[in-house]
Write a new protein. Structure first.
Length: 376
């Protein structure tokens, strides 16, 4: 109880000391909180979007096989389907039909896909982003220009839910015959193949067999797609951190100057405390609590504001820079996901150095004779 009472008394004196220099401390606290807020926002957004990508790709094909021609993605002959199906360990192979259509009205690319066998000819299901950009709704007609220059009309029968907008903002589902007619795709070709294997541990082996059997084919494993997304978002998050590096450096200089350079009033205060009986350990304890109060409060407030900014305000400050440039921006809210390791790293990079910078100069001043300190 005596130790707790001592800590309480030192903390009370520390708070009153902070309030006596409230102008300087408020400025430091504001800059400190802003830096933690910006860095934590980038970390939260990057981790959450990577987790969303992992959840979305969980339903993706285990292996996607594309045909390469002249270094570019080409149409896949249906004859390849039976060759891959004959490989031991392959349980299912399906041909997929999809393509991109450029809409000059809004200057955006749409992704057309055949996904519903029950969809009648001349009808389509569109994503919420397309509906918002074109101002079309259920029952409206959309006109497209086919590869031969003809006009093809489609009736919108359904708009995909807003909850799926992360992956369906630019998506159009059409009938297989309509898609072949729109792009002029021969019946003996598909866009690519989706392969499912019996044993997930044999994915790399099956992919290698496909590459050996079909030299012009490129098998892509689902984990490779996920790693590509993670690398892309890590790169975007790194770009934001680099852009903030100047502000972070200015904060480090500001905090170090505040912590390492005691003012004449602070040195005189330490001399008075030593003269009235305070030990050097008591002064170091006071400075520890002073640094801890400012840094911990700024860290907690900045982290909370970053959490609200990312998961409740959709990262309005720099969301487009992290999501990437697009005409059809998906409107979505990230599911709250926080990496405790990243939070701990941010804590040790922002809080611990500041507390150390606050204690070191105070120890140097506390070891000097109090009479000489008060005369300076």
């Amino acid at each position: 109880m005596e130790w707790i009472e001592k800590q309480r008394n030192v903390l009370d004196f520390t708070l009153s000391s902070i309030l006596r220099r409230k102008g300087k401390n408020i400025a430091l606290f504001t800059v400190y909180t802003a830096m933690v807020f910006l860095l934590a926002s980038v970390m939260f957004f990057t981790h959450a979007i990577k987790k969303e990508a992992a959840l979305v790709l969980r339903e993706a094909p285990e292996i996607v096989v594309q045909r390469m021609q002249a270094g570019r993605h080409a149409l896949m002959p249906l004859a390849y389907l039976e060759k891959i199906r004959a490989i031991r360990g392959v349980s299912r192979v399906e041909g997929r039909l999809w393509g991109y259509y450029y809409d000059p009205v809004v200057g955006a690319n749409y992704t057309l896909l055949t996904g519903r066998k029950s969809l009648p000819p001349g009808s389509m299901v569109i994503g919420n982003g397309i509906s918002r950009a074109r101002g079309v709704y259920e029952g409206d007609l959309m006109s497209f220009r086919t590869y031969s220059g003809e006009n093809a009309g489609f009736k919108v029968t359904e708009i995909l839910s807003a909850e799926s907008e992360l992956v369906s903002a630019d998506l159009m589902l059409v009938n297989e015959e309509d898609l072949r007619h729109l792009f002029g795709l021969p019946r003996e070709f598909v866009t690519d193949l989706a392969v499912t294997v019996r044993n997930p541990r044999e994915l790399n082996t099956i992919a290698a067999k496909i590459a050996d059997l079909l030299p012009d084919a490129r098998p892509i494993i689902r984990d490779e797609i996920l790693r590509t997304y993670e690398a892309a978002f890590d790169w975007r998050g790194g770009i934001m951190v680099v852009l903030l590096a100047g502000a972070v450096l200015a904060f480090v200089i500001f905090a170090w100057d505040k912590g390492s350079g005691l003012s004449a009033g602070e040195r005189r205060e330490i001399g008075i405390l030593k003269a009235i009986g305070w030990e050097t350990s008591d002064i170091l304890l006071m400075k520890f609590w002073e640094g801890a109060v400012i840094s911990l409060t700024a860290f907690l407030l900045g982290t909370i504001l970053a959490y609200l900014h990312v998961f409740f305000a959709s990262s309005i400050l720099f969301g487009p820079a992290l999501k990437g440039w697009s005409v059809l921006y998906p409107s979505f809210k990230l599911m709250p996901a926080v990496d405790l390791y990243q939070v701990a790293t941010l804590f040790f990079l922002t809080v611990v150095p500041y507390i150390a910078a606050s204690i070191l100069p105070s120890w140097q001043a506390a070891t000097v004779d109090p009479d000489s300190i008060m005369r300076t």
